[in-house]
Write a new protein. Structure first.
Length: 364
């Protein structure tokens, strides 16, 4: 029994001694290898102070600020037509005229009757001043004038009903009407849309209700123009939360002076809740390990790992709320192969950071 115990003790002593000898031999070798490893080439950038926006994303659809379907008020044959799809018209422009000869003739008869009624009334008033006729006859003639004036106004309306004028400035739509066609009352002639500014309707989740208000900036993007951003402003908030989607309908006005956008078009919407100045770095510099977020910074030729707290994200960049200063040289390439304390060599490369931002902004 004693012999087995001595053998076991001897084995333990040999194992400990071997471990110490291995560490004493390998440790200096590893340090020498680390010192001889060449410095890693990296690119660095300084954090920049930029405008950061807290935004809500949504999907909306466009409507014209003013939109109508123009129809005929009376029946008649088309005598004049000034309709062309996509044409910009001014308020009051004549778009279509029906045959109005009968209406003009009727108006001429009424105007003659009105002029005669007025002459008789004026003559009766002068005779009444001389007590040559009764007051009741004067009153009858005055009533006749008022009736003729009403008939004249009605005849003028009937004449005007043969014209279709633009009620506001806008763009006309498609039309199948031709010269000489006979139209009945209520026939649809064309559409008219005021499109210099467009209404953008979308919904905002109710959890943001306390952060939205008229006047906030809105940006929209359409699949028809993938490289353009259209800008506008929030103008109206709905009065009720939708019980199914738990969101609030809102409305914005989008600038469309170049006429690119059309009514009923869909748009991706970004509503800016808040703007602030903050430090921003390229998104590619950030490393993730589980819930931990960190970057590497260059200090005197050595890479140092720094944990960061991120904020808002933008195309190609991200806000750093905590962890960096404006003087930190943030490593943006090669950091996935680095470890803290490793030697580095900073090189210049203008193409190290791709430009992922939108190329154009439309509106103001």
């Amino acid at each position: 029994m004693l012999k087995q115990w001595l053998i076991g003790l001897l084995l333990v002593v040999l194992a400990v001694g071997g471990a110490l000898a291995y560490r004493n031999f390998v440790g200096p070798v590893q340090e020498q290898v680390a010192q001889e490893r060449p410095a890693s080439a990296v690119n660095t950038v300084l954090p920049v102070t930029d405008t950061v926006r807290d935004q809500v994303a949504a999907v909306g659809n466009l409507k014209a600020v003013n939109a109508v379907e123009l129809t005929t008020e009376t029946s008649g044959r088309v005598m004049e037509i000034n309709l062309k799809s996509g044409r910009q018209v001014k308020q009051g422009d004549v778009l279509l005229r029906l045959d109005d000869r009968q209406a003009r003739a009727d108006l001429g008869v009424i105007e003659a009757q009105l002029a005669d009624a007025r002459r008789q009334y004026e003559r009766a008033r002068s005779l009444r001043d001389k007590n040559s006729i009764s007051q009741s006859l004067v009153d009858e003639l005055r009533t006749a004038v008022e009736v003729s004036e009403a008939q004249h106004a009605a005849a003028r309306v009937r004449l005007e009903n043969h014209l279709i004028e633009a009620p506001f400035a806008g763009v006309t739509g498609l039309s199948d009407i031709s010269i000489g066609a006979y139209l009945t009352a209520g026939t649809r002639v064309t559409t008219l849309d005021a499109t210099s500014r467009m209404e953008l309707n979308f919904s905002v989740p109710e959890r943001f209700l306390g952060q939205i208000s008229p006047g906030q900036k809105v940006q929209g993007k359409s699949s028809a123009y993938p490289d353009l951003m259209f800008s506008g402003v929030l103008v109206e908030l709905g009065s009720r939360i939708d019980e199914l989607s738990r969101s609030l309908p809102v409305r914005a006005l989008i600038d469309n002076t170049e006429g690119r956008l059309r009514p009923e078009q869909f748009m991706s919407v970004s509503l800016t809740l808040r703007e602030r100045q903050a430090l921003v770095i390229p998104e590619q510099a950030v490393m993730l390990r589980g819930a931990e977020k960190y970057v590497f910074v260059a200090e005197d030729g050595i890479a140092r790992r720094v944990n960061v707290t991120l904020g808002a994200r933008m195309p190609g960049s991200v806000e750093v709320a905590e962890g960096l200063t404006a003087d930190d040289q943030v490593i943006v390439t090669g950091q996935d192969r680095l470890s803290s304390g490793e030697r580095i060599r900073v090189v210049d490369d203008e193409t190290a950071i791709p430009d992922n931002r939108f190329t154009s902004v439309v509106g103001s």
